[in-house]
Design a protein around this ligand. Structure first.
Ligand code: AP5
Length: 219
């Protein structure tokens, strides 16, 4: 069984969600993406989701108390021996410290922080072609990962949509937030000796193979 806690770090569109979904299936471990949890809360019309919307639409980070209230219960529900992947959380050093506190109570700790790296303009091109299923959040790309039937989710047949924050101006704002608030996290994990980097510019299956090689070294 894969028992490690792995954190994915990288700017918007680098492929974190795509790889988290594939690895979750390959290793039969859960993955949690705070972006998905926030979009789910919004879809369900919860007060937290509605409060988060204004930050997400502007490309800003959602306040820590909202994000932590959504992710904490997911993590605490995981059996102690099971590993899992966190995609898009933590996003600040303060969130990383909160994660450490949650994990410490479970006698767990982050084993690997994986930084996804690629060129900015290529990332923006990826995001302009991204489509998602509003029902199950599965991600597609019009050219690189198309659904079997045009604009329809393979999993549940729902019509695909474009994310409201995949507008170029908001993408650039999200990238700026990444370099300002999230990038310092790399030093936090580098200082612990658990930071690794993956070349995210390769095709989806090549990136997957590279990450699987890293995961298999940890077993
Ligand atoms: P979130 O949903 O986490 O967005 P993000 O971090 O900006 O990342 P993305 O989902 O845009 O990109 P990704 O790296 O997952 O790429 P993907 O795999 O989809 O967060 C959204 C918002 O929520 C934030 O702006 C913030 O407001 C809020 N939020 C979330 N977490 C928060 C937190 N912890 N604290 C505070 N606020 C928070 O791939 C992109 C496209 O490329 C897809 O179409 C895919 O098919 C394609 N693709 C993927 N890999 C490849 C490849 N190798 N080759 C070709 N195409 C590829």
């Amino acid at each position: 069984m894969f028992g490690a806690v792995v954190v994915f770090i990288g700017p918007p569109g680098v492929g974190k969600g795509t790889q988290a979904a594939k690895l979750s299936e390959a290793y039969a471990i859960p993955k949690f993406a705070t972006g998905d949890l926030l979009r789910e809360a919004l879809k369900n019309g919860t007060p937290l989701g509605l409060e988060a919307k204004k930050f997400m639409d502007a490309g800003h980070l959602v306040p820590d108390d909202i994000v932590l209230s959504l992710i904490r219960e997911k993590i605490q529900a995981i059996p102690q021996s099971s590993g899992f992947i966190l995609d898009g959380f933590p996003r600040t050093t303060a969130q990383a410290r909160s994660l450490d506190d949650i994990l410490k109570k479970m006698c767990h700790n982050v084993s690997l922080a994986l930084e996804f790296v690629m060129d900015e303009e290529d990332r923006i091109r990826r995001l302009s072609g991204r489509r998602i299923c509003p029902q199950c959040q599965r991600t597609y790309h019009v050219s690189f990962a198309p659904p079997k039937k045009d604009m329809v989710c393979d999993s549940d047949g729902t019509a695909l949509v474009q994310r409201t924050d995949d507008d170029e101006k908001v993408i650039r704002q999200r990238s700026a937030v990444y370099w300002g608030a999230t990038n310092p996290l790399l030093s936090y994990y580098r200082d612990r000796g658990i930071l690794k980097t993956v070349d995210a510019s390769k095709p989806i299956d090549s990136v997957l193979t590279d990450i699987r090689n890293l995961f298999d070294q940890m077993k």
